[in-house]
Design a protein around this ligand. Structure first.
Ligand code: HSE
Length: 322
């Protein structure tokens, strides 16, 4: 194979999906981060170029970039495994096009981390399993938010809707994605740090809330498999995290009410916010829901972006560069 490098398209993701805090997530078709990754025999990891919008900045020190940290953890493991070939010189050159706004709540750091380890695995001849790739990418999440959660990196790498059954040991499974499931997103351009949005959460919850929440999670999973949109709709309820985080997002409850009135199945905070997501059955309803999001936000003095996307069943995509 004469491949020089690869171009990776790594998707935005929605973590939690209302009732599944830290365990459920899904991948979107848009927006995606684009990464050009080249293997070289010059040891080390070099981020040669980062292209991004003007409305945000990224750390100047490349070692504080999630792509660096995630790739470094993969490379370290790779070199440990090359017992008989320790002298082999391997390095990577990276160009990153950030289309997913950091701090948006749609898995910006996860897209970069997932994309880079996925790409490196291909260039190295696929020595690692999907679960190992998720672990490497989780190191990027640890850097970005202080916790190595997997509910964004797992759907970015595996595609579709994923469920983290357990973190110790890491046990992640892909769920069924109903064909007509679409998603509308509004990203209010205010900053909410994941670490702050986690700090305000209670460490103990009521048994009555736990019972309601695990009923919803179980029913959401059943609804996805049965392609039962009414059951999905009834299950999109979070009695534990949303009531606390909702106050961070302007017009959150108005958004939910108005989107459901127009036909959304339901929704909530995307990851730790500030983005809000709504699920719909079909493209037509999803577009109408996105329109309503625009109507709710246009009178507010808050900049925002909206997206309408089907569920991305593949996850990270890539093209060869010869
Ligand atoms: N599950 C995480 C949280 C996702 O809600 O804090 C962060 O993107």
């Amino acid at each position: 194979m004469n491949m020089k490098g690869i171009k990776i398209f790594s998707p935005a993701t929605v973590a939690n999906l209302s009732c599944g805090f830290d365990v459920i997530g899904l991948a979107l078709e848009i927006p995606v981060d684009e990464i050009f990754l080249y293997k070289s025999n010059n040891p080390g990891i070099r981020i040669n170029k980062i292209i991004h919008g003007t409305s945000f900045s990224l750390p100047n020190d490349p070692k504080k970039n999630v792509v660096f940290v995630a790739l470094q953890s993969l490379l370290k493991k790779y070199q440990q495994q090359q017992k008989f070939d320790r002298e082999k010189k391997i390095g990577f050159e990276i160009e990153l096009i950030k289309n997913i706004h950091p701090g948006s709540g749609i898995g910006s750091s996860a897209a970069s981390a997932a994309g880079i380890v996925f790409g490196a695995n291909i260039l190295l001849g696929k020595p690692f399993s999907t679960m190992q790739l998720i672990r490497f990418a989780m190191e990027g999440e640890r850097l970005a938010s202080g916790t190595a959660h997997a509910d964004n990196v797992a759907p970015a790498i595996m595609g579709g809707v994923t469920l983290v059954r357990s973190y110790k040991p890491l046990d992640i499974t892909r769920l069924h994605t109903p064909n007509e499931l679409w998603i509308s997103i509004i990203h209010p351009q205010i900053e909410i740090k994941t670490s702050d949005a986690r700090e305000i959460l209670k460490q103990k919850i009521l048994m009555t809330d736990a019972i309601r929440q695990w009923g919803n999670i179980g029913a959401l999973v059943a609804g996805l498999y049965q392609e039962n949109y009414e059951l999905i709709s009834r299950s999109l309820e979070d009695v534990i995290v949303e009531p606390i985080r909702a106050m961070l997002i302007p017009a959150f409850y108005e958004l939910k009410i108005r989107c459901k009135e127009i036909g959304a199945l339901g929704g909530g905070i995307s990851g730790s916010g500030p983005s809000v997501f709504m699920l719909s059955k079909g493209n037509h309803t999803a577009k109408a829901v996105t329109q309503v999001m625009n109507h709710v936000y246009s009178p507010l003095k808050v900049d925002y972006k909206t997206y309408t996307s089907p569920i991305n069943k593949q996850g990270v995509k890539w093209d060869e560069i010869f």
